[in-house]
Design a protein around this ligand. Structure first.
Ligand code: ADP
Length: 346
């Protein structure tokens, strides 16, 4: 037998691999290939084993031209859609033994590509809306409303709002990319969570007052040291409190509760938990798993109306991950929501 066709050469390879000889028969399949195409393929014509036209063309061309050929192959295995990159390459000197066909699972790479494309499309869409509004008002101000002082005032207000929205979006995008870049670097400075919460409350009280909301803080009287980035943790608390005011404001209060525990199971040591609780409208818990995705909103119209970017909770999640903490969301429609951050205590 041609030594290039020894089946043992492919048995240990963790990817699906098969050998096809010059007589166009499947000469050997390793276990992953059998799992993919079913057992009993060995000895049969490759057409009856592989079946997909694009895959057949790839193997046929590689056999005929004695050159490497590549193709993408889609399957549904174990109820999951998977994409493989298939490479058929000549085997033995001048390809005289046949071809070896190897399957690499590129599903994850494809998904990453899709996520990136969706992200770019989302950002473009989010920026396009305020930009279109701005361009429209500039046009009107230069033309029909040129000498209309009242209209000018009104339009300038709207333009200011739209420009501020773009500004917030760009700041949030920058924050997100910075946090993502640093996610693997654990903070090495000490921060006092209680003090950060107190100052976040002071910063946001005026905003809360504008919406008739009262912020209360419990358990933050003594210092709670964590290994943490003070600016980033402040951003976490501010984002959650702001959301409480924006979406939970109808309940009249946003309650912050800080609880220490000597032994937090998740950290195998002491931990601190910060609950941001509102008694507002809440939402159906089906949304919870997706809320920390970028641009995911329960109600897009409402979020935009409130000046939201849809990035706040994505930023929170990344910062909490960087601090090796945990982030939990609970909500009951009509009763309110609780957003909890748990951090290991230093
Ligand atoms: P946004 O900029 O839209 O506020 P976030 O990422 O901060 O973006 O929040 C995502 C979505 O989660 C919001 O659009 C809103 O639908 C929902 N949400 C966040 N916080 C609350 C809350 N306290 N009560 C009700 N819904 C909330």
């Amino acid at each position: 037998m041609n030594p290039d066709l020894a089946p043992s050469t492919i048995t240990g390879i963790p990817l699906p691999v098969m050998l096809v000889d010059r007589a166009e028969r499947v000469h050997a399949m390793n276990a992953p290939a059998e799992a993919m195409f079913g057992p009993g393929g060995t000895g049969r014509h490759y057409i009856t084993v592989l079946r997909q036209p694009a895959l057949l063309d790839c193997v046929e061309e590689s056999l005929r031209l004695r050159q490497t050929r590549k193709v993408r192959f889609l399957t549904t295995d174990m109820a999951r859609e998977a994409t493989y990159e298939v490479i058929a390459s000549p085997l033995g000197p001048e390809g005289e033994a046949g071809v070896v066909v190897a399957f690499t699972d590129i599903t994850e790479r494809e998904q990453m590509g899709q996520i990136r494309r969706d992200f770019v499309a989302n950002v473009s869409h989010e920026l396009k809306t305020p930009l279109t509004a701005l361009l429209g008002f500039i046009e009107t101000l230069k033309g029909p409303a040129r000498d209309d002082a009242t209209a000018r005032e009104r339009f300038l207000d709207i333009m200011e709002r739209e420009a501020a929205r773009m500004n917030r979006l760009v700041s949030d995008l920058l924050s997100l990319s910075r946090v993502e870049a640093e996610e693997r670097m654990r903070p090495d400075t000490r921060a006092d969570v209680a003090a950060l919460l107190r100052s976040a409350v002071l910063t946001l009280r005026p905003l809360a007052a504008e919406s008739g909301v009262e912020i209360t803080l419990e358990g933050a009287d003594r210092a709670v040291p964590v290994l943490g980035d003070a600016d980033q943790l402040t951003q976490v608390f501010q984002n959650l409190i702001e959301n409480g005011i924006k979406y939970g404001g109808s309940g009249g209060t946003v309650r912050l509760v800080l609880t220490l525990s000597e032994r937090e199971l998740a950290f195998r040591g002491p931990g601190v938990r910060i609950d941001v609780i509102d008694r507002g409208e809440g939402f159906d818990p089906v949304h919870i798993p997706r809320l920390t995705e970028r641009f995911y909103r329960v109600d897009s119209h409402r979020s935009r109306e409130m000046g939201g970017t849809g990035l706040g909770l994505a930023i929170v999640k990344h910062i909490v991950n960087r601090h090796r903490g945990r982030f939990r969301i609970d909500s009951t429609p009509g009763e309110g929501s609780t957003f909890s951050v748990m951090l290991p205590v230093a």
